[in-house]
Design a protein around this ligand. Structure first.
Ligand code: UD1
Length: 421
């Protein structure tokens, strides 16, 4: 079993380059199934969810050439099957994008019920509603989703809730449909925009991504023959910003889109940190104990749920009592029990966590309960006094490239150890 051993406290200092966005990459890779041609994707984070996506594409008949660690060329001219590898697609959440892509390309697809982090119930009713409104029949059963259509025809679809996954999936399905599809109450996250930009670069006609109305004019074919660079990761950037604040450090983040970081920047300033915005880079520092703050997670441009645990670490160390309201996922406070092992004082019930700030955290063995919880525990370990051991690294490796090397490069005393050796 692998663990990260962190000796703290260390203020994180220096410069770090933000990688391509995980949540954009895991949608763009299945989106290549829409292309009858060859395309190159650059700035791809080298994380296990991306490697798994590539493995799934290869099972469909795609040919993938790794140009560098973060750049691949994909040839999707010979997509030959309509049945996804059920064991692989059940392993992570984003495999549901295979449905939208393959419905578009082949009008038929069967995938294993999408897995992913256990953040509570993760329904797919809005995805299914969208596919059905485009003319597909969708059947759920035996741990699989089967979708089939004679043809897909554009429609006006109003989303009952704002869903990133459903918005992207309907966009994928509508790209090669006949006529125009309108998605109302669409998600506005940066990765929704990035997938639309990718599809447009390859020949699609999608307008309005980033607003709550997206219009997709169906086209006959995507030809590819282009290179696309994945957008910088908003959540990775936010993770390092909060790591700087929690450790009273001073970090320069290169290659980020500061506009995507406004809600997190506002909270950092509210707790007493400083954020200097240089357009495509920023400096974050905090020279004093953070102040309390209240957080409510919301769809973009609100405070992202995927930064809630990392913010929870900052508030654990703040002066005063803070309240977090988690409005997206019902089980996103599992990390608070681990933080309490390190001396935090958090009471979580239902959608609310009450955090009584403590002066310091102390090292302890802790277990990642999901991807972002794992990132939060690394930040906590770096800020804490003594030795922290973080277990369940498989979650963290799903979404952060070379996590320990990157933390080490900004001063953390962190090592990955295989306990079996
Ligand atoms: C994506 C992100 C995830 C992030 C989440 C919210 C990826 C791969 N994952 O997940 O990291 O935490 O956005 O920003 O991009 N819902 C329904 N019915 C549906 C779909 C969703 O009720 O058909 C609900 C969910 O239970 C949740 C809310 O809508 O309460 C938002 O979910 P959604 O935006 O779809 O999240 P994901 O796309 O799964």
């Amino acid at each position: 079993m692998e663990k990260l051993v962190i000796k703290g406290p260390t203020p994180l200092k220096g410069e770090i380059r933000i990688n391509g966005a995980k949540n954009a990459a895991v949608a763009i890779l299945p989106a290549t199934l829409l292309i009858d041609g060859i395309c190159t994707i650059d700035n791809l984070p080298h994380i296990s969810d991306v490697l798994l996506s590539c493995e799934i594409l290869e099972k469909f008949g795609a040919k993938i050439k790794w140009n560098t660690k973060n750049c691949i060329t994909i040839d999707t001219r010979n997509v030959h099957t309509t049945k996804a590898p059920l064991d692989l697609t059940s392993k992570f959440r984003a495999s549901y994008y295979i449905i939208g892509s393959m419905l578009s390309r082949k009008k038929e697809i069967e995938v294993g019920m999408p897995g992913g982090c256990q953040l509570g119930a993760r329904p797919v009713d809005q995805h299914i509603k969208g596919f059905e409104m485009l003319g597909a029949d969708v059947t759920l059963g035996n741990g699989t989703i089967y979708a089939k259509a004679d043809k897909l025809v554009g429609n006006s679809i109003y989303m009952d809730i704002v869903s990133v996954g459903a918005t992207i999936n309907i966009m994928l399905a509508a790209t090669l449909a006949e006529g125009t599809t309108t998605i109302d109450n669409a998600a506005k996250e940066p990765h929704v925009v990035d997938v639309a930009n990718f599809l447009n670069t390859m020949g699609a006609d999608i307008r309005g991504a980033g607003t709550d109305v997206i219009k997709i004019n169906g086209v006959k074919k995507l030809n590819g023959n282009a290179t696309y660079s994945v957008v910088p990761d908003q959540i990775e950037a936010g993770t390092f910003m909060l790591a700087a604040v929690a450790t009273k450090g001073n970090l320069i983040l290169k290659n980020c889109i500061t506009k995507h970081l406004e809600s997190i920047t506002a909270k950092i300033i509210e707790v007493g940190g400083v954020v200097e915005d240089y357009g495509d880079s920023l400096r974050v520092y905090c020279e004093r104990r953070p102040s309390k703050a209240n957080i409510k997670t919301l769809p973009h441009p609100g405070f992202p749920t995927d930064l809630q645990p990392q913010m929870g670490v900052v508030l654990s160390l703040a002066e005063g009592t803070s309240i977090i309201n988690e409005s997206i996922w019902e089980s996103r406070f599992q990390y608070t029990q681990e933080l309490n092992k390190m001396g935090a004082k958090i009471t979580a019930q239902g959608k609310t966590a009450i955090i009584e700030g403590v002066e310091e955290l102390s090292g302890s063995p802790v277990y990642s309960t999901d991807l972002r919880a794992g990132a939060a525990l690394i930040i906590a370990g770096t800020a804490a006094h003594g030795v922290t051991e973080v277990y369940n690294l498989q979650y963290i490796d799903r979404g952060y490239e070379d996590i320990e090397e990157r933390f080490r490069s900004i001063g953390a005393n962190i090592e990955r150890i295989n306990e079996d050796n």
